[in-house]
Ligand binder design. Structure first.
Ligand SMILES: [Zn+2]
Length: 252
């Protein structure tokens, strides 16, 4: 694979075998991370972004001969919009499948939130993006490979364990690559604000998922938004979240 950049996208390597696709059209604060893992047999794209502009896959992955597989950490709008482009294999929790079969503004939480999030970054006004219409044009992408707790996604020389980590959504999964000591927890553990008040959120489930994450011997966490977290930072975020919830009267 090779780095790629144009007006709308930047694709760069961040660790050996791990790349990040950034949607430059989206403000950094709400931009969703798209992690890309290189295996010997396949390239696994983790999450499907906001899709303000459709991803030019053939340009980004020019000369790539391995099949492009897709996995969604959960079925929120900013993680599934481009799933339809991956026609080989689409992984995700089985509870995400009904949403991916018929994604729309409400079941992906695109509305009513997008209007308030001020998604579009400066300099892209010419795109004609209308926040209130966001989510109406999502395209179906049924899962070819629904997964559950304990399943494994093997991409050739690399194995990702699936852990069900609900709370931010019912269908949230974390991928754990034990060999590297990496987790991909989607939005249940991120450096920015952990969202727990959308439809489908459950604060106690977030607390429980955090405890299960701590049982995994990960060293780095690559979440759905914000910068990667080393284990120490991740633990701090988990502790602060638990303290805030305790003040709200929510405990495990
Ligand atoms: Zn989310």
């Amino acid at each position: 694979m090779r780095p790629f950049e144009n007006r709308y996208f930047k694709f760069e390597i961040v660790r050996p075998g791990l790349w990040l696709l950034a949607e430059k059209t989206v403000r950094p604060l709400v931009r969703a991370n798209v992690w890309v893992l290189e295996g010997e047999d396949a390239v696994l794209v983790v999450d499907g972004g906001w899709g303000v502009v459709d991803w030019p896959l053939t340009q980004i992955f020019a000369d790539e001969e391995r099949p492009l597989w897709f996995v969604t950490t959960h079925s929120h709008c900013d993680h599934i919009s481009q799933a339809f482009q991956f026609t080989s294999r689409r992984f995700g929790h089985r509870l995400a499948d009904p949403v991916l079969r018929a994604p729309g503004p409400e079941n992906t939480n695109a509305q009513p939130w997008s209007v308030h999030l001020d998604i579009l970054d400066d300099g892209f006004g010419d795109l004609g993006f209308v926040a209130g219409d966001y989510g109406k044009a999502f395209r179906p992408a049924p899962l070819t490979d629904p997964v559950e707790q304990g399943d494994r996604i093997e991409i050739g020389g690399r194995v990702l364990e699936v852990h069900h980590t609900p709370g931010h959504s019912k269908d949230s999964i974390t991928l754990f690559e034990s060999e590297a000591g990496w987790v991909f927890p989607g939005d249940v553990l991120i450096a920015t604000y952990i969202v727990d008040m959308l439809p489908g959120c459950d604060k106690r489930e977030v607390l429980g998922s955090h405890q299960r994450l701590l049982q995994l011997p990960f060293q780095w966490s690559f979440g759905g938004h914000g910068a990667p977290l080393d284990r120490g930072k991740a633990v701090g975020i988990i502790e602060r979240y638990a303290n805030r919830k305790a003040q709200e009267g929510v405990t495990l």
